[in-house]
Write a protein that binds this ligand. Structure first.
Ligand code: ADP
Length: 191
């Protein structure tokens, strides 16, 4: 059981690791990017709204994103724990998450930040582009996403460090190796 947030730049391996951790700890992985992409695929109103921002490498507006996460966290399966992947991504979102957790009467056990340098993540994303064809994995959009990360999301590192819940994990290495590091980090922080 855990309540955790996974941070890290695009291409750090959040999605891959989130799926593994969620299975290991028996909690739902809640990925805002996946939820947005599913909505784009289904052509919902939410998807139509999100698509233009995603394709430009920009953040979907907080009003849309926060409401979506709130709905998801209030579902039964998140009551016992969750792993958030891709949210929060701004300090404002982090404050909004705080408010949701207060309403739920729970708190975060740990914030895991997967670290990887810009060259590594860029080359991973370009490789993925060739395989998966995600519409935001083109070079200019990757550059934009990394800029948004540095500007809007990186400040969350000190936000959560100040609270004593941050653990940084090296994202370079074999997938299994990174998973083990994350599992150890969770174990050292779970109640
Ligand atoms: P990556 O981390 O590789 O950029 P994600 O799947 O997490 O991939 O996100 C893809 C896109 O979805 C983002 O560029 C953004 O447009 C949108 N998105 C995801 N999460 C959020 C969020 N918390 N706030 C705003 N936009 C988001």
């Amino acid at each position: 059981m855990m309540r955790a947030v996974l941070l890290g730049p695009p291409g750090a391996g959040k999605g891959t690791q989130a799926a593994r951790l969620a299975e290991g700890f028996q909690v739902p992985a809640i990925s805002t990017g996946d939820i947005f992409r599913a909505n784009v695929g289904q052509g919902t109103e939410l998807g139509l709204e999100a698509k233009e921002y995603m394709d430009a490498g920009l953040l979907v507006p907080d009003s849309v994103t926060n409401a979506m996460v709130r709905d998801r966290l209030m579902q039964d399966d998140a009551g016992e724990g969750f792993l958030l992947d891709g949210y929060p991504r701004t300090v404002d979102q982090a404050r909004e998450l705080d408010a949701m957790l207060v309403e739920m009467g729970v708190s975060l056990d740990v914030v895991l930040e997967i670290t990887a340098d810009v060259d590594e993540v860029t080359s991973r994303l370009l490789k993925r582009a060739a395989i998966e064809g995600r519409s935001d994995d083109t070079e200019p959009v990757i550059r934009q996403r990394l800029e948004v990360y540095a500007e809007s999301t990186a400040p969350l590192t000190s936000f959560y460090r100040d609270r004593g819940v941050l653990v940084q994990v090296d994202g370079i290495g074999e997938i299994d190796e990174v998973t083990s590091r994350l599992v150890e980090a969770v174990k050292s922080h779970s109640s």
